[in-house]
Design a protein around this ligand. Structure first.
Ligand code: SGN
Ligand code: CA
Length: 547
């Protein structure tokens, strides 16, 4: 048992204290898919309101420099589960990866330390989950409407309703069966074993399908364009060659849902995959969906005609301010509105989890983590999707509500990464952190006044740079493979393989939107040398053979 856990027992074991308070802290880890900090009001007030997510930050801590190691679903999840970079856990990309479930993982180590573990929702690692006492997962990406779940006995069954709500229902049902109700009618006490519950949402992944109750939200909102929306990608080869522009790559039917119902004259190609998604709705549900979308689609095709090339191949930088520019902005507004609606449901469902924990006397003895598998572009550089080591998708939101004994509150500015969650949870559980885990425990940052001399030493020697490596190319969206280093001020990236071999260097203080690649510019020689050296040292430290 760690020194911290001993301290916790001492502090909380007052007469009459709930059983829950005298046990090791529970962990509720909520991870969403593609939810970016720009769309969370405690990070960015421009676009949406997320009162429940903000509640976690207001009562706890908010990390301002939180990053992933590989900005893609499966790889990010594998980093989180193992505390190791992709080249060490073996799951480098979604397309060809099968997670080796026989390897050491944090849930397994928590189990060995006496925790009961459960996983509900998106898994995306192909192999059967290991290390969980209970699991119910979506197959692959899963569906928004009436989704199928895979159960532990291997059976598959459809659950009726909207995926974000169903995942929450299942998570609360799991908690219910392990929290016996208190016969005296008072607050229920947890069973003696602490738990770690992993709630992995599908929201807000493409194609951003809202709950039917939320279809009309944000329809009166006109979202401001991000300043670098009309990026021309000058000096950035990989950025110029990607396929994630709202203008040329976002599909009118699949992404912005301008579907004309099959009983009408089909005036545009019908996206099969989109039909599969709304095809899951019951007749009545579909009527509600169509009541909102069909008039919008009619209006769209009336205005734009049916022979218009909705996917102009030219970069939006060459959009001339007339018809194309208008269509481009229209697509951006539809994208933002749909994404905002999906976030709304997410926020409400996270609120339900917080209320449940409060109502069952569990909140004070539970670490609640809210994060995403990566960030996302909301029109920055004219893009949607992620993958790049640029700020919007390298970052991931991270807020935590802390159990008693961890007294830190407010903003935490240190650079943290998703490989840090495993050692954090292990240290919190009083379990040893194996030496091959590459992340570092965040616990010293969370203790506040209770920080020991050793903790303060760890904080004053905190990492001053993070390492990143993305592998999925050739693949959808055409983002070239790259690795790089981010320090508090600079970023050095190497795009490699296939048709690209290019270095990029950014001064994040003077160029926060990463528009000016300084690599090879006069005067950059010394800085470049220094960053190359630091990058190499990180690759040696993490033992990445790709260097
Ligand atoms: C799907 C999406 C992509 C997305 C990947 C990876 N296309 O393939 O836009 O980048 O997932 O996302 S879709 O046509 O199926 O919507 S991840 O978050 O799972 O890594
Ligand atoms: Ca994702």
């Amino acid at each position: 048992m760690s020194r911290y856990t001993n301290l916790l027992l001492l502090v909380t074991a007052t007469p009459g204290a709930l059983l829950a308070q005298s046990t090791r802290p529970n962990i509720v880890y909520i991870m969403t898919d593609d939810h970016t900090a720009q769309m969370m009001s405690c990070y960015d007030s421009r676009f949406v309101e997320t009162p429940n997510l903000d509640r976690i930050a207001a009562d706890g801590v908010r990390f301002t420099h939180s990053y992933v190691a590989n900005s893609l679903s499966g790889p990010s999840r594998a980093c989180m589960l193992t505390g190791k970079h992709s080249h060490k856990n073996g799951f480098t990309n979604n397309e060809h990866g099968i997670f080796d479930g026989s390897q050491q993982t944090m849930p397994k180590l928590l189990q060995a330390a006496g925790y009961e573990t459960a996983l509900i929702g998106k898994w995306h690692l192909v192999s059967t989950p290991t290390g969980f006492n209970h699991w119910e997962i979506l197959p692959a990406q899963g569906d928004y409407y009436n989704p199928v779940f895979i159960h532990q006995d291997g059976t598959r069954a459809v659950d009726s309703g909207y995926v974000t709500r169903i995942i929450t229902d299942k998570a609360l049902a799991w908690l219910d069966q392990r929290v016996p109700s208190d016969a005296s009618g008072g607050t229920a006490a947890a069973t003696a074993r602490p738990f770690a519950l992993f709630i992995h949402h599908k929201a807000c992944h493409r194609a951003w399908l809202p709950a039917l109750d939320d279809l009309t939200l944000y329809e009166d909102t006109t979202f401001p364009l991000p300043p670098e929306f009309h990026d021309d990608y000058a000096g950035r080869q990989a950025a110029a060659r990607t396929e994630m522009e709202i203008g040329k790559d976002m599909d009118i039917v699949y992404d912005t849902k301008m579907f004309v119902s099959p009983d009408e004259t089909p005036r545009t190609r019908l996206s099969g995959s989109y039909q599969n998604m709304i095809g899951r709705l019951s007749k009545d549900e579909r009527a509600r969906y169509d009541a909102f979308y069909v008039p919008l689609s009619r209006q769209f095709y009336d205005e734009w005609g049916t022979d218009y090339n909705f996917l102009p191949r030219q970069s939006q930088s060459s959009v001339d301010g007339s018809r194309d520019a208008k269509l481009l902005e229209w697509k951006y507004q539809r994208y933002m509105r749909d994404y905002a609606k999906v976030v709304h449901a997410l926020d409400q469902e996270v609120g339900r989890v917080l209320d449940y924990l409060r109502d069952h006397g569990l909140l004070d003895n539970t670490l609640v983590v809210y994060t995403s598998d990566q960030g996302f572009y909301m029109g920055e550089h004219g893009w949607f999707d992620k993958r790049f080591m640029y700020e919007e998708s390298l970052s991931t939101p991270l807020v935590m509500r802390l159990p008693k004994g961890l007294e830190r509150r407010g903003i935490i500015d240190e650079m943290v990464q998703n490989i840090d969650y495993a050692p954090t949870f292990l240290e919190l559980a009083g379990a040893p952190v194996p030496a091959d885990i590459q992340g570092v425990s965040l616990l010293p940052l969370l203790k506040g006044k209770a920080a020991t001399k050793a903790d303060r030493h760890r904080i004053s020697h905190w990492r001053d740079a993070i390492y990143y490596h993305y592998y999925e190319y050739p693949a959808e969206h055409d983002v070239r493979r790259h690795y790089g280093i981010r320090t508090d001020r600079y970023k050095l990236i190497h795009f490699y393989g296939h048709d690209v071999n290019a270095w990029e260097l950014y001064d994040l203080r003077n160029d926060p939107h990463e528009m000016h690649n300084l690599y090879g510019q006069p005067g950059m020689e010394a800085l470049q040398r220094q960053l190359h050296r630091r990058l190499e040292l990180l690759q040696i430290q993490y033992d990445d053979p790709q260097r």
